[in-house]
Design a protein around this ligand. Structure first.
Ligand code: ATP
Ligand code: MG
Length: 183
């Protein structure tokens, strides 16, 4: 069913801001004042965003800024528009050789310090799995000493037009501009 990804993200960020502040992180959201509808399970998509925010706060270092940004991307070559959600931190970043393996179950970059941070190494595996089920994609961009950006894209949900020429009932009920017609 259609859900508003911007709304889900806003609710999550609002909820996490006090916790972030306690951890010395400035958590922000940047989203145009427009719905970002996608088809999916609210709880699952919420967990995706939560996992990415959690990672950005955990590995992005305290004293940093974590930004959740949403925008609509126009589709290319007849493909539908997509909704993009990006979680960006200014942490230590991830070395390029690790990037392809990050979404494997139990894979952690720095085992010793990751263990100290807590967690199991399942977060991104779950993110990837959930996105696959929603025809979404995860792109990870990272540079050592600069930071990390986790980019999620999902197809935008477009409601079917109400008017349905294959459905004679629709016409009789006057939908689609056929009001007043008789059989
Ligand atoms: P869990 O999510 O189960 O609590 P986790 O955070 O270790 O544990 P993932 O979320 O799958 O597991 O992340 C895998 C590894 O990727 C992390 O252990 C960390 O080394 C690295 N990583 C993830 N996000 C970032 C980030 N924003 N900056 C730097 N490293 C990251
Ligand atoms: Mg995690």
């Amino acid at each position: 069913r259609p859900v508003d990804l911007a709304r889900i993200a806003r609710q999550l960020v609002d909820m996490q801001v006090p916790l972030a502040r306690e951890r010395g992180v400035d958590l922000r959201i940047e989203a145009p004042d427009a719905p970002m509808p996608v088809l999916g399970e609210r709880d699952e998509l919420s967990r995706v965003i939560e996992n990415l925010i959690e990672n950005a706060m955990k590995y992005g270092g305290s004293g940093g800024v974590v930004t959740v940004a949403l925008q609509r991307l126009p589709g290319t070559e007849g493909r539908p528009d997509r909704i993009e959600l990006r979680v960006t931190d200014a942490g230590p970043g991830i070395a390029p050789e690790h990037l392809p393996r990050l979404t494997e179950r139990f894979y952690r970059v720095d085992v010793a310090s990751s263990r100290q941070q807590g967690g199991t190494g399942l977060g991104l595996a779950i993110v990837k799995h959930t996105l696959n089920r929603h025809r979404g994609r995860l792109t990870i961009e990272s540079a050592l000493g600069v930071g990390t950006s986790m980019r999620v894209t999902l197809p935008e949900y477009r409601p079917e037009p109400v008017e349905d020429p294959a459905d004679p009932l629709a016409e009789r009920q006057g939908r689609g501009g056929a009001a007043g017609s008789v059989e």
